[in-house]
Design a protein around this ligand. Structure first.
Ligand code: HEC
Ligand code: HEC
Length: 308
């Protein structure tokens, strides 16, 4: 803090303190002119209310005096009076540093214990998935939801099902987190006529058994050759391109016909940010373990204990 600001704060503290202290002391001794009927003579509400003159109650005086004492003791011991550091030398910064160091000392042996284990093994370790979920909530829940169930408004996928854009192996999940992903569905407005886009959308819906017009879907099937380059001949997707499996009803961007048509017309570009430079590798492994455990709950029953 610069000398100017320090002096300014000291000035404000002294000024405020002096004004309140003056009012407090003055209030004890000031002689209020009193009428013969014992009131101050002030009347309100057309004479219904008259202002009495009473001494301040003792409890109030004592409590206020106590506040002044506490204020002075606080400003003597703790930082608060400009750049004065306080007698006991406490600072929020030091306390944070001490507590972080203590946390780190507790955490290091736990993380060392995890270091030699595979993601699958971590997924079956409740302590690891608990930590992983906490990190997930801090870093990932804004997009994927607290339980990892996704968000269709931004195309963040459900991470708890077994349907993967880029693959659900421990390696693929870790790669998705470390380096991010970008799925690009090209726009077809212009290259495919509007009524054909509608037919294609009906065909896409038929792949997952969602509500559609069977006759339009049948007409759309022939056009799907344009799409099968990425989505596969049967529409089952392609993890090398992050092309979604269209045969399951849970959609990235929502499952109604209008949204599907919008996707085909305008394309989509879902972006999963990269975390390599933002999270420690040990944290990424814990998060990956929690994600893996969600979609393999039956394979690793112990792992669900950490995920409420
Ligand atoms: C800004 C929003 C956002 C944040 C934050 C985010 N993600 Fe994602 N994530 C996405 C989107 C969007 C996709 C889909 C990418 C695509 O379309 O290919 C995705 C994809 C993924 C995938 C691949 C899923 C699959 O089906 O293959 C995994 C795994 C994943 N995210 C995990 C995480 C984890 C773990 C975190 C936290 C460290 C995280 N995400 C944070 C938006 C986000
Ligand atoms: C170049 C590869 C490519 C081609 C060609 C392609 N797609 Fe896609 N498609 C993708 C990718 C990648 C995504 C995921 C976009 C994202 O992650 O945001 C996607 C997403 C979609 C979705 C959204 C799925 C969901 O879960 O919300 C639909 C529907 C779709 N495509 C249908 C089609 C149809 C119909 C065609 C043919 C006209 C087609 N795609 C052609 C790559 C492709």
């Amino acid at each position: 803090m610069s000398t100017f600001w320090s002096a300014w704060i000291m000035f404000l503290v002294v000024l405020n303190f002096s004004i309140t202290l003056f009012l407090f002391v003055w209030g004890q001794f000031v002689a209020i002119p009193t009428q013969p009927d014992g009131t101050s003579g002030h009347v309100w509400a057309h004479g219904v209310l008259r202002e009495g003159v009473r001494r301040l109650p003792l409890w109030w005086v004592l409590m206020s005096a106590g506040m002044f004492a506490i204020g002075i003791v606080y400003l003597t011991l703790y930082p608060g009076f400009g750049s004065y550091k306080g007698l006991i030398g406490w600072s929020a910064h030091d306390q944070l540093a001490r507590e972080s160091a203590a946390n780190q000392a507790r955490l290091t042996p736990v993380l060392q214990g995890f270091a030699g284990r595979s993601i699958e093994q971590l997924a079956a370790t409740p302590e690891a998935t608990r930590m992983g979920h906490r990190l997930f909530v801090d870093n990932c829940a804004a997009c994927h939801g607290i339980q990892g169930r996704g968000n269709t408004s931004i195309g963040a996928p459900d991470l708890t099902d077994r349907d993967w854009l880029w693959g659900g192996s421990p390696e693929a999940i870790t790669a998705s987190i470390l380096d991010g992903r970008r799925g690009t569905m090209p726009p077809f407005q212009g290259s495919i006529a509007s009524q054909d886009i509608e037919r294609l959308a009906n065909y896409v819906q038929s792949l997952s058994g969602s509500p559609q017009s069977p006759s339009r879907a049948a007409e759309g099937k022939a056009q799907f050759t344009v799409c099968s380059a990425c989505h596969g001949v049967e529409g089952k997707g392609n993890p090398a391109l992050g092309a979604p499996n269209l045969t399951q009803p849970r959609r990235l961007y929502g499952g109604d016909l209008a949204t599907i048509q919008q996707t085909i017309r305008n394309g989509r570009s879902g972006v999963m940010p990269a975390w390599r430079s933002r999270l420690a590798e040990s944290d990424v492994r814990l998060i990956a373990a929690w994600v893996y455990a969600q979609s393999h709950a039956d394979a690793a029953p112990a792992a669900t204990a950490g995920a409420p």
